[in-house]
Design a protein around this ligand. Structure first.
Ligand code: ADP
Ligand code: TYD
Length: 208
């Protein structure tokens, strides 16, 4: 059982199909089994307004959407989620487990769409009320492995293809170097159980 009383904000990042949603859910289950309170949020989405924004962002009908609109909508969704859900729950001492957060905008709209990273850092700062996760797990897999795992219909951004995913992955790796005190890189090619144990051990070592 844990000894610390302070709730943490943990985000999970990775290219599409990397296994981050699987790991976010497993982590929350384990947290709750260990007597902690916590909630799972996903981006883009997580509030009624943010889910509406998600529809606009991901429908293939909107193929004319330009990169700056995409960045603004991603961060608009984040702003609503942060103010409406994340901050009040942290205040209530509930852990926040986020399936994507601000790094996704840097990796996808920065790396993938090639928007200026400094603008995106400022935009994130504004949208998040300057909140940052305590720890971010970047689940790293090769884009060709992600493609192999894919069983579902792609959304507008996933449909960008393997070259796009490679650029996104490369940017995540650079971010992990730049923010090495926050971002932990996990080899996503291991089994689900092994990944989960590594993540758990890391959090235990840091916080309990
Ligand atoms: P993401 O949220 O990153 O898109 P998911 O967690 O939805 O990824 O996983 C994508 C697919 O890969 C799912 O079918 C899931 O069961 C499978 N998967 C997740 N983790 C692993 C793993 N470590 N090894 C093999 N397959 C995995
Ligand atoms: P998500 O539903 O998490 O897809 P997956 O489970 O396949 O990873 O995210 C939807 C898409 O939105 C995904 O392709 C990543 C993209 N995205 C951005 O481009 N920028 C962002 O800031 C966020 C949060 C997501």
């Amino acid at each position: 059982m844990f000894t610390s009383d302070k709730a943490c904000f943990i985000s999970f990042e990775g290219i599409d199909g990397s296994g981050k949603s699987t790991q976010a859910k497993l982590f929350l289950d384990r947290l709750i089994k260990n007597g902690k309170q916590g909630i799972l949020v996903r981006e883009p989405g997580g509030t009624p307004i943010s889910e509406e924004i998600r529809q606009v962002l991901l429908t293939k009908v909107n193929r004319q959407m330009v990169a700056r609109t995409e960045a603004l909508l991603m961060t608009a969704s984040r702003s609503q989620l942060t103010k409406e859900v994340i901050l009040p729950n942290l205040e209530q001492n509930r852990w926040i487990i986020a399936d994507r957060y601000a790094d996704s905008t840097l990796a996808y709209q920065g790396g993938g769409r090639e928007l200026n990273l400094d603008w995106l850092l400022d935009l994130n700062k504004f949208a998040t009320y300057e909140l940052e996760p305590n720890v971010t797990f970047f689940i790293d897999i090769l884009p060709k492995e992600a493609l192999r795992r894919k069983k579902y219909t792609e959304d507008r951004i996933e449909a960008e293809g393997i070259a796009f995913q490679k650029q996104v992955r490369q940017t995540y790796l650079e971010l992990a170097k730049q923010f090495s005190d926050r971002i932990i890189v996990i080899d996503g090619h291991m089994s689900k159980e092994k990944i989960q144990n590594n993540i758990w051990d890391e959090i235990k070592r840091r916080y309990f």
